[in-house]
Design a binder for this molecule. Structure first.
Ligand SMILES: *Cc1c(COP(=O)(O)O)cnc(C)c1O
Length: 371
């Protein structure tokens, strides 16, 4: 038992120290630290094999990957997206000069509700950017048919969905492109890192040039690119972590199952349900505290924090309510997203979280209820 110790909302997965040291040893021979070296190449190959995809480009982080793919696809106009996401999704759209248009979310999966997309499409719409929230897969079939009907690109923010499968097909395969984040807090990490997986092979060269200042030859620079290359130490971390990923996901499963045993069915508590045909990655543990729970989400968060257990209001606020977008969007137009954002809390969730600690956390959550 581990009474009274601090529990953070997540703990980054790391390979055994010796394994990482072995992996980076060759870097001391080559002195090749970045710019698409041996480790970078190796991680691309490992990921292609793991995800069952043909095309991938690695990046310094997921956010840069998202900005880069939007630019490389040469999009202009409006992008239909969701406000129930991390800052990155909306910021990427805005920072490359596109205009976000917010669809509402589904009350069960918290992903974009396909029924709310079509009414938002007009002649300026160029793309849809849905998010696989908490690793819950979007309704990829419905989104694909809307995109086809209106000739729109689909770029998934798949930052939460690494390792998730639908009928055995990896989440990397849906839409025209999918962005993954390999940030330290994600199910699979390269410390900081990210990737774009895509179908059109001609994007590969463009993305690799875009992340390297738009340099296309020894003396030619054809694009106004940025600098978003993954370095060799990050790639080496990814090579190691990928070897242990299935074990990590199996351990996460036990933690999620324990949370569900303890909290599922409690009046006022809503938890994510398994999606049919989907193999999950157990990335997060979102709990929605409805008004009949007997305590508000904020009261639960505060009482956990008083016991040194740190949860996260994720996602709150909606991106459409950020100060930097004041006056531009109206979050009352996405009522389901607004409802969930006010009531959701993600509880501590990581592979090495002890089941006794899960019990302790659940006891604290339940004790918050007013008599
Ligand atoms: C983590 C995350 C990102 C950004 O990824 P970084 O690698 O941190 O840049 C984007 N979207 C979502 C939904 C995320 O959770």
């Amino acid at each position: 038992m581990t009474d009274n110790k601090t529990i953070l909302v997540t703990q980054s997965s790391m390979p055994p120290f010796e394994e990482y040291v072995d992996e980076i040893r060759s870097i001391w021979e080559t002195h090749w630290l970045t710019n698409m070296g041996e480790k970078h190449h190796q991680l691309e190959e490992d990921l292609k094999a793991y995800l069952g995809i043909d095309n991938i480009a690695l990046f310094v982080n997921g956010h840069s990957a998202l900005e880069c793919v939007l630019e490389a696809m040469d999009l202009h106009g409006k992008v239909i997206t969701t406000p129930f996401t991390f800052a990155s999704t909306t910021h990427a759209i805005v920072r490359v000069g596109l205009e976000p248009v917010f669809a509402d979310i589904d009350p069960v999966t918290y992903t974009m509700d396909p029924n709310s997309i079509e009414a938002l499409i007009d002649e300026d719409t160029c793309a849809i950017m849905p998010v696989h929230v908490y690793g819950n897969l979007c309704d990829v079939d419905a989104i694909a048919s809307i995109a086809k009907r209106h000739n729109l690109k689909v770029i998934y923010d798949a930052a939460h969905a690494f390792g998730v499968l639908k009928d055995g097909v990896s989440s990397a395969c849906f839409g025209d492109a999918s962005m993954f984040s390999f940030h330290a807090t994600k199910v699979f990490n390269t410390i900081e890192g990210g990737a774009v997986c895509f179908h059109d092979p001609s994007l590969k060269e463009k993305l690799d040039q875009w992340k390297n200042f738009g340099i296309t030859g020894l003396e030619t620079v054809e694009y106004v690119g940025g600098n978003a290359k993954m370095n060799e130490f990050a790639a080496a971390m990814g090579i190691c972590n990928l070897r242990h990923l299935q074990d990590e996901i199996a351990k996460r499963k036990l933690v999620v199952e324990r949370y569900h045993e303890r909290l599922e069915g409690v009046p006022g508590i809503v938890m994510s349900k398994p999606q049919p045909h989907v193999t999950p990655n157990y990335a997060y543990l979102p709990v929605v505290f409805e008004d009949d729970f007997g305590a508000t989400r904020d009261e639960v968060r505060d009482s956990l924090a008083a016991n040194k257990v740190f949860s996260r209001k994720y996602f709150y606020p909606l991106t459409s309510d950020f100060e930097c977008y004041e006056g531009r969007f109206d979050s009352s137009a996405t009522p389901v997203a607004a409802h969930i954002a006010k009531r959701v809390l993600t509880l501590p969730m990581y592979a090495d979280l002890a089941l006794e600690d899960v019990d302790r956390i659940c006891d604290m959550v339940l004790a918050t209820r007013h008599a």
